[in-house]
Ligand binder design. Structure first.
Ligand SMILES: [Cu+2]
Length: 501
């Protein structure tokens, strides 16, 4: 059990200076600010030691005051940066009025003890020191941290609790990558009232997964990114929204994918657009080879399903707030491209070389075990007008903290077949803690290239096969839908990784 001491230490982080009174949230194209405004903490001499305090307080969001949940008063939370082999020690204080905990999304660290343990419940006013070591052979990549306390996850993430967790390493050392300008983009939507307070979602919004109409990048609306003519820009993107999908496209520029959730791929892949589901990350290179000017980074309309719920579900709306602009349409409200950020050409450099090769992605051995997981909304309550009995399931079951759903052997490779049988054809992004995996096929079609993932989109009606090596760490952890309202409504299971006898 964790040792929790009250008031062991003081938290240094202070709320940003917030003076503006909030008038209107339907704002404002502020192109003056740099997106790299958030603080970050870097390990030194093999140790990253930080204090993190979760609290509900006024913070500066997009130049205005908002009442959000934050770590150290920052939205997004401070970026943490380590190297493989480092020790991480986080003195965490919960100053929220509800229980919480921390999850290190994508890190390959123990699920037990004070590491990436999703079963902790840290009550209001309590402290917990997290401590773990990043394995020496841990891949470099773009990971993140956020709360993972069952039934509070969507609310707490939506309210602002999320930050990047970067592991530096071999990808950063490739000379062409090193020469690129690096930007971190945390994509997060908010749903706020005129006073900057978070609006509670109605029942339908929770069923679909809550979304907000205020789209921010690093807590800013439409920040400016710059690139030199001839230069390279490395965008490290995180979808930190609980439910919103981002279908990303940069005007007049192809995007070159260089890394996915779990680290680098073997060579850049040219894309016209990139779909980023909740929880997913991607690293992209942009070449500064166009004419001077401004180019918008857009998110294009995307239908993630679920509209069938509207039929029998109208009765659910009675007595519930319809949301500010999102309303009951939820995910499908966006019918035109929206601007996330603006890329501006500034200056010029001799044309930088483009990397041809990145980091080889290992070929996994054939699986010893193949399992099936059916992803669905449970039909209970549907068509009866109430909808209140609705839940989200794996293989027909909602989450039970006292039940082990899946038992696997340490140091084996398994294939999991994820079959989306949702009657409303809602998309469900599947996330597994502590072990990354590779996508083998979608609907029987092999993936075009190998990549490490920890979150994979399973569209309505789709079957996705993933291959997972369970390595290094025994213990219990979880897999779940990363539409976090679905997770809170039961779409989570426990996997126990057992050491060989
Ligand atoms: Cu889901």
């Amino acid at each position: 059990m964790p040792k929790m001491n009250r008031r062991q230490f003081f938290i240094l982080g202070a709320a940003g200076a917030v003076t503006a009174s909030v008038a209107n949230w339907a704002i404002a194209q502020s192109n003056k600010t740099s997106p790299a405004s958030s603080k970050f903490y870097k390990s030194a001499n093999g140790l990253l030691e930080v204090n993190l305090e979760a609290s509900y307080r006024p913070v500066n969001l997009a130049g205005k005051q908002a009442y959000l949940m934050s770590y150290n008063g920052q939205v997004p939370a401070p970026r943490l940066e380590v190297k493989a082999g480092d020790t991480v020690r986080i003195h965490f204080t919960n100053n929220l009025s509800q229980p919480t905990n921390l999850h290190y999304h994508g890190l390959h660290v123990p699920p037990t003890g004070n590491a990436d343990n999703p079963f902790f419940s840290i009550p209001p006013g309590e402290n917990l020191t997290y401590e773990f070591t990043i394995p020496k052979n841990h891949p470099s990549g773009t990971f993140w941290y956020h709360p993972h306390h069952h039934v509070y996850v969507a609310e707490q993430l939506f309210a602002g609790l999320a930050g990047l967790f970067i592991v530096r390493g071999e990808l950063d050392e490739i000379p062409e990558i090193q020469a690129a300008k690096e930007e971190f983009l945390v994509l997060k939507d908010f749903d706020l009232d005129e006073d900057g307070r978070i609006l509670a979602p109605n029942h339908m919004a929770m069923m679909l997964g809550r979304e907000g109409q205020l789209l921010t990048v690093n807590g800013q609306v439409n920040p400016n990114l710059s690139i030199a003519k001839g230069g390279l820009l490395r965008l490290r993107m995180l979808n930190a929204s609980p439910s919103r999908f981002y279908r990303l496209s940069l005007e007049n520029h192809p995007l070159y994918l260089i890394a996915t959730d779990g680290g680098a791929i073997s060579a850049p892949v040219e894309l016209e657009e990139l779909l980023l589901a909740p929880g997913e990350r991607a690293e992209l290179l942009v070449r500064g080879d166009r004419g001077p000017g401004q180019y918008r980074l857009l998110t294009l309309p995307y239908d993630r399903g679920g509209m069938g719920m509207m039929g029998g579900g109208m009765g659910m709306m009675g007595g519930h707030r319809m949301g500010s602009g999102m309303g009951m349409m939820g995910n499908s409200s966006q019918t035109s491209p929206q601007v996330l950020a603006t890329l501006t050409y500034q200056g010029s450099v001799a044309t930088l070389p483009f990397p041809e090769r990145l980091i080889p992605v290992e070929t996994l051995p054939k699986p010893e075990t193949v399992r099936r997981f059916e992803l669905s909304m449970s039909g209970m309550g549907m068509g009866m007008g109430s909808g209140m009995g609705m839940s989200f399931t794996f293989n027909g079951q909602t989450y039970d903290m006292d039940r082990i759903d899946t038992s696997v052997k340490l140091n084996t490779v398994e294939d999991w077949e994820l079959i989306n049988v949702d009657p409303d054809r809602m998309d469900h992004p599947f996330h597994l803690h502590i072990n990354r995996f590779q996508i083998v096929s979608r609907n029987g079609q092999p993936e075009p290239y190998r990549a490490w993932k920890d979150t994979v989109l399973v569209r309505g009606g789709e079957t996705v096969r993933i291959r997972i090596p369970f390595r290094d760490f025994a213990g219990k952890t979880v897999y779940h839908c990363h539409i976090l309202d679905h997770e809170d409504l039961g779409m989570m299971g426990i996997v126990e990784i057992k050491p060989a006898a």
